[in-house]
Every structure is written in structure tokens, then in C-alpha cells.
Design a protein around this ligand. Structure first.
Ligand SMILES: *Cc1c(COP(=O)(O)O)cnc(C)c1O
Length: 231
């Protein structure tokens, strides 16, 4: 318990400092504990320390782990989702942060409709020069939103990105700025059902910079739980 508590305190300290840098309240920043590869015992410790939202990358891993959680955190899928796993994902997760194609959007809308509910999603954007396979090309964001805005069960609530890893987080700042700019541009397109509430950016090594650039949802794994041995 003790090291997670200490790590959480350290993370909260950086959140507070970085929020203060830009005159924002730390309470407005959601801390998502990224629990991939970590066993449910550690996740439960984090929940005991006050974590209220968690992120997992894989549907299969989440399915094995979630039944053993002692609390009821908000659950976010932050890894790529294949259309054949949509139904399963919807039974496990409250949020899908990795929406990056129209086919998946339609599938999510349909599946949520069958369950008689909506599904909260963030659109994962691929920023300039990003080597990642995943994420929607940022230049295609507008046509993508125009096409998916009418899907009634899809609740588009913001943007997510995974910028390239740079050992110096200052080098990630331009990517965060790009995403923030998009986030502020979308409301001007005036699309029905599309809201820009969450800007999900910042991981263990760069979340201070991400917050300074306007992130209100950070996804933190190793800074809370320690280094991952796999993946
Ligand atoms: C693993 C992962 C994180 C957390 O990474 P850390 O560097 O351990 O904080 C955040 N977001 C996504 C999408 C991830 O896959």
C-alpha cells in the first residue's frame, strides 16, 4: 500500500504545481490510473488510496481483472479496439478513448443501441509526424466528426492522443499544443452531439507539461505502480 500512496502523493503534487502554472484548479484534472499489466491486488490498493478512474489497454486483460476489483472505478479502454470485440468492451468499459475510424464508430453506436444505452467516447487523434499506427489523421478529424455526429448512441466527449516518447518532455510540448488547438477548434464546427469536455493527454513522464498545455485527463501507469516488466 505504502509505495502506491507515496507515488500518488507525488503525482498529485505535480498536478497541483502544473495546474497552478496556468492558473487552473487541480480538481478539474482527472487522474486515470493505467493498470495494464498490473495485478488486481495492486489496482485495489490504488482504489483504496482514492483512485476513482482506471484505464486498461486490452479487452481480454480487463475481462480477467475487473471481476476482482473491490471498488467501482470508472473504467476506460485506452488501447485499440477491434470491431469484433465491441460488444465485450461495452460490457466492461464506461469509456472508449480509442475511437479512430468510422467503422468502429458505427459498430459502437449499434451495440450501445442494443444495450439501450449511450457510449462515451474520445476520438484518438494521430498528431503530425507520429509514427503510431493508431489514431485518426488530424486532418481527417472534421470529416470524421461530420460523419459520426449523427450516430445517436455515440457520445463524443473529447480527444485523446499518444504523442511520441521523448526522454525530454519539453520536446513533447509541441504535440500537446497541436492537440489543444484542435480541441479548441472543434466546437466552432458546430456539430450536433459532439462535445469537447475532455482533453486526454499526458503520461507518466510528461503529464506536467501536458497539464500546462491544457490537458484535463492524464493517464498514469508507471509513476503510480512502478515500471512495467512487459509491454
Ligand atoms: C500504457 C499507457 C499509458 C500509461 O503509460 P505510463 O508511461 O506508464 O504512465 C497511458 N496511455 C496509454 C494509451 C497507454 O497505453
Amino acid at each position: 500500500m505504502s509505495y502506491i500512496k507515496d507515488n500518488l502523493r507525488r503525482v498529485q503534487g505535480i498536478i497541483a504545481e502544473s495546474a497552478a502554472d496556468i492558473g487552473r484548479e487541480p480538481a478539474g484534472i482527472t487522474l486515470l490510473a493505467v493498470t495494464k499489466t498490473f495485478p488486481h491486488e495492486l489496482v485495489n490498493e490504488a482504489l483504496n488510496c482514492g483512485i476513482t478512474a482506471i484505464g486498461e489497454n486490452r479487452v481480454q486483460e480487463a475481462a480477467g481483472k475487473f471481476p476482482f476489483l473491490t471498488g467501482r472505478p470508472e473504467k476506460h479502454l485506452i488501447g485499440p479496439l477491434q470491431t469484433n470485440k465491441v460488444n465485450k468492451a461495452l460490457t466492461l468499459f464506461d469509456w472508449i478513448q480509442s475511437l479512430d475510424n468510422v467503422k468502429l464508430a458505427k459498430k459502437l453506436d449499434q451495440a450501445a443501441g442494443k444495450l439501450g444505452r449511450g457510449v462515451n467516447v474520445l476520438v484518438e487523434v494521430k498528431l503530425e509526424d507520429e509514427p503510431n499506427k493508431h489514431g485518426l489523421d488530424r486532418h481527417k478529424l472534421r470529416p470524421f466528426l461530420e460523419e459520426t455526429a449523427s450516430l445517436g448512441n455515440l457520445k463524443i466527449q473529447g480527444l485523446m492522443a499518444i504523442p511520441p516518447f521523448k526522454s525530454n518532455p519539453e520536446e513533447v510540448r509541441p504535440y500537446f499544443k497541436q492537440l489543444r488547438k484542435l480541441f479548441e477548434t472543434v466546437p466552432g464546427w458546430d456539430l450536433p452531439n459532439v462535445r469537447m469536455r475532455y482533453l486526454s493527454m499526458g503520461m507518466s513522464h510528461d503529464f506536467g507539461v501536458a497539464i500546462q498545455e491544457g490537458s484535463n485527463m492524464i493517464r498514469i501507469g508507471s509513476a503510480l505502480f512502478g515500471e512495467r516488466r512487459i509491454r
